[in-house]
Design a protein around this ligand. Sequence first.
Ligand code: PHE
Length: 451
Amino acid sequence: MQVSAAPQNRWGRNWVFILAVAGSTIGLGNVWKFPHLVSENGGGAFLIVYLLCVVLLGAPMMMAELALGRAAHASPIQAIRFAAQENGASKHWALIAITSLLTGFLVFAFYSVVSSWVLAYFFASAAGGLEEAGSQSLEASFAALLYDPLALLIWHSAFVVLVAGVLFKGVRGLDHSIRVLMPALLVLIVFYLIILSFYGNWRAGVEYLRVIDFSTISLSSVITALSHAFFTLSLGLGVLLAYGRYLPDKTDIGQSVMLILLIDAVVGVAFGVLVFGFIEADMVSSSRGPGLLFVSLPFSFDTIGAGNWLAAGFFLMVTIAVWTSTVALLEPLVQATEDTMNCSRRTAVTLVSLMVWAVGVFALLSFNVMESWRIAGMTVFDLLDFVSAKILLPVTALLLVVFVGWQLKPAFLQQALATKPWLFHVWRWLIRFFVPVLLMLIVSSSLNSRF
Ligand code: PHE
């Protein structure tokens, strides 16, 4: 069942692979969710809990998904089928791949809509459109964008075209884009840290992490940290299966994952420092999500002077972050379409892009024309978020770890991971016992919070 072992179907360099996965992990989760969560949940104490979740849940799951993708060198559905076949398990386990692709599809629909706002703000600020806008008018212009279906449609379409453009040429195109985009992202982050030390409040940026208050850590903050680790590490959506497919057989997956997690954590903290350094702390906790990015940040750049340029650079940085995340989200769907329909890469990219574009249109209309449409009390946008990120995602992941931990043979896994024996044993123990329990916690808390 192994497919296309040709070297042109592999990442050109291991560091490109590492940056590609890091690129999928660094996104809105780091930019607007993480700083808010930290400030709400005990500062540095939450960071410590979060890092534990990353090591104990994120690392083992990431290793498992990459290993499965590489073992088969095939698309996510075929990869699970291959592992099941090699280990004498039922071929129905391939269902995991199908639910993860479906989840990725739904996540893309709402994620790409927000990403297109970022793109719109990049162009608006570069064109000088945010000049001398006070916080009130910034709020008004953001609301105006959300109420303008035509503008949203144009930006949404533009963003989907950008994503499709990277995917068109397969792993070669991906590889080449990552070589440019990720270094640019990292340089921009460093640049903004330097700007912060001159014009912002560097102290406030670092201070939020220095407050280590364990008294605010409760079971619910642990679950919050777990779910966040889950989403930000792009787990359970077939992304890592799809990227693992292009990995050469000898690469030590354990070692690569450590590096990826390190990059993601450092960038996460850097974004936190930037957000708290540029924005007053009480505004961070009150204006979470969109308000933080589209109102508070441009406002504080405005007060420094050179508001448009600083805002443009910042939105460029976030555009790159969401671009590399959404490309990763679509790759598994493209691979699966290519395989199941037996069509060319180009046809698969076009088909998948058109489908996600169409669902995205419903999500963006839920801010205006379809605002009053509610299903179970939620708009289409909120429903997509809830069903995909809160329900399907953890359930799929739970099935995946049960499959890997309890259905696959150690010899198969050891070869698939190609990592050090001690790491393999720790990993296997975590994936069999620890990770499933954590995932059950996430699933039951999501269900409780809603029903
Ligand atoms: N990890 C990305 C973020 O933190 C989101 C994402 C999830 C991207 C799943 C790809 C796959 O924003």
